[in-house]
Design a protein around this ligand. Structure first.
Ligand SMILES: *Cc1c(COP(=O)(O)O)cnc(C)c1O
Length: 535
């Protein structure tokens, strides 16, 4: 493609993107396709000859888009938000055009230096202790971008493992001649049942024993639970070397008791405390939410994903480390082909992570910080929290439902006051309509529906619309189940409850809740159709 052709198609692509996002609410949130749908539509072999741009875009519109789940849809309430905003998209576009591979300062100085600066900006805005801020006086730490929270957890566990093995070799056993692997079986790490599965995955990769501990009734891991397990393990001759605390859990947005856990970790010889705040961390830029970060002074490392809740596109996960030497000790290898003259004065981020190659990811973060300002970002977060509280109120006002989590940020976990099976059924029915997407979780051993406020421009009307859809389907599901006598074993027990929320609901009522269905020629022609509403 020549430059003038790119100029033209680039402008067309921006138009396409604008039209897509403008019309997104008329599309099904989740597509109606079966596994393997695309291989029936596309050739088996790559084309031998170059193709026309218009032909490629035609396939995007008619074949690709029909299999897309629209994460930016106003009725996408699944998972957590997938950060997205125009400044971020433009920042990434520029990053792609610059196309540098910033593994060292020398390989593209601005790539390294902007990353250092925006991580300090963000770290300060969150309220991390000065030790984590690269440019603060006497600081030993700093921040770095990674691809994901999973990478951050793996990386910190790896650094902690290195620390712990060095401790065992040189201090505890005084046998520095032994191989690292000899000590592996002595290490043990800890996290809560509420922690993200990436902690377990990291332990699996690093061949580490991990204790997954029971949180209290509020989903919060407590110091005494941690302490009891640590003592038990030490009695077995193990070394507690790593604890991953969670601030804002994925299932229910619960918070571990960081202060209590921190106190326990500090009593140990060599125990790293990591804090995973992948979703919730962005909210700490609001002064009224900084109380949720209490205990951060005990942490050795902290991660948050602006690609979740700070309007930055994937991938963009921020990791701060209190002691950067520990990080580089664990990771530095330095072949001559990567060395440069300014190594003493500059940061080489390749020593701060696993990959060598690094994109210019700080650009999109910088664009977002500048275009919204911290005040704009705070308003965005506050709007989501306000809407989550509003949704919580609607659920609580309806006697058929209960809210099962403490709604502090943008996530509400709720369920019908009935057995799990009815709730599973409700979730499936809601999602199969294509009008709304929500995801499940287990909270306090019960099946719950997670409803997260995700869309950048979410409004009260969006929440009303979502609630209307949920309420109507709740009625239908209950009616249906009663008539079919599903849930047979528990029928008696559930019957009274179910009878309470079964009311007649008309088709018209159901249909009323779906707005604008104008077909656009730009994207998936698969829209919410009347026939989808069969239950
Ligand atoms: C989403 C999430 C993760 C995983 O994030 P990735 O960036 O996809 O690896 C980890 N921890 C928490 C608390 C999360 O919410």
């Amino acid at each position: 493609m020549e430059i003038e052709e790119f100029r033209q198609h680039g402008k067309e692509m921006v138009d396409y993107i604008c039209d897509y996002l403008k019309n997104i609410k008329s599309l099904r949130v989740r597509p109606l396709v079966e596994p393997g749908y695309l291989k029936n539509l596309l050739p088996k072999e790559a084309p031998e000859e170059p193709e026309e741009w218009d032909a490629i875009m035609h396939d995007v519109k008619t074949k690709i888009m029909m299999g897309v789940t629209h994460w930016q849809h106003p009725r996408f309430h699944a998972y957590f938000p997938a950060g997205n905003s125009f400044p971020s998209i433009l920042g990434d576009m520029l990053s792609d055009a610059i196309g540098c591979i910033g593994f060292s300062w020398d390989s593209s100085p601005a790539c390294t230096e902007l990353e250092m600066i925006v991580l300090d900006w963000f770290g300060r805005a969150i309220g991390l202790p000065d030790d984590f801020i690269l440019s603060s006086k006497g600081s030993t730490g700093g921040g770095v971008l990674q691809s994901s929270a999973s990478d951050c957890v793996l990386l910190t566990m790896l650094v902690a493992r290195n620390e712990a093995i060095n401790y065992l070799k040189t201090i505890k056993t005084k046998k520095p001649e032994l191989e690292h692997s000899v000590f592996l079986s002595q290490l043990v790490g800890y996290c809560s049942k509420e922690s993200h599965s990436c902690v377990e995955k990291a332990a699996k990769i690093l061949l580490i024993k991990l204790r997954i501990l029971e949180p209290d009734d509020n989903g919060s891991l407590r110091g005494e639970t941690l302490k009891a397990h640590i003592e038990e393990d030490k009695a077995q001759g193990l070394l507690p070397f790593f604890v991953s605390a969670i601030l804002g859990s994925t299932a229910s947005c619960s918070f571990d008791n960081l202060t209590e856990m921190g106190v326990v970790c500090k009593e140990e010889k060599c125990c790293w405390l990591h804090v995973d705040a992948a979703y919730a961390g962005s909210a700490f830029i609001c002064p009224e939410l900084k109380y949720l970060l209490k205990g951060i002074e005990f942490a050795d490392s902290f991660n948050v994903n602006p690609n979740k809740w700070l309007l930055v596109n994937f991938d963009c996960s921020c990791l701060w480390i209190r002691n950067k030497t520990k990080l580089t000790d664990a990771l530095t290898v330095n072949p001559i082909y990567l060395q440069h003259a300014k190594e003493e004065e500059a940061i080489d981020y390749r020593h701060w992570g696993i990959p060598l190659s690094r994109r210019f990811r700080s650009l999109k973060l910088w664009f977002v910080f500048r275009k919204y300002g911290l005040s704009g970002l705070r308003s965005y977060i506050r709007n989501h929290i306000k809407l989550a509280r509003y949704f919580e109120k609607l659920v609580k006002q309806d006697g058929r439902f209960e809210v099962v989590n403490d709604v502090r940020l943008g996530l509400v976990c709720f369920r019908l006051l009935a057995c799990d099976k009815i709730n599973v059924n409700l979730l499936e029915k809601i999602n199969s309509t294509g009008k709304l997407l929500v995801t499940p979780a287990k909270v306090k051993n019960k099946f719950v529906i997670r409803f997260c406020v995700n869309s950048e421009r979410a409004t009260k009307a969006d929440i009303d619309c979502a609630w209307e859809i949920i309420g109507n389907y709740a009625k239908l599901v209950a009616t249906n189940l009663l008539s079919k006598k599903v849930c047979a074993g528990k029928l008696k027990k559930c019957k009274a409850q179910r009878a309470a929320f079964v009311r007649n609901v008309s088709r018209e009522q159901l249909n009323k809740s779906v707005e604008d269905r104008n077909l656009t020629d730009l994207a998936s022609p698969v829209l919410v159709s009347e026939s989808d509403e069969e239950i």
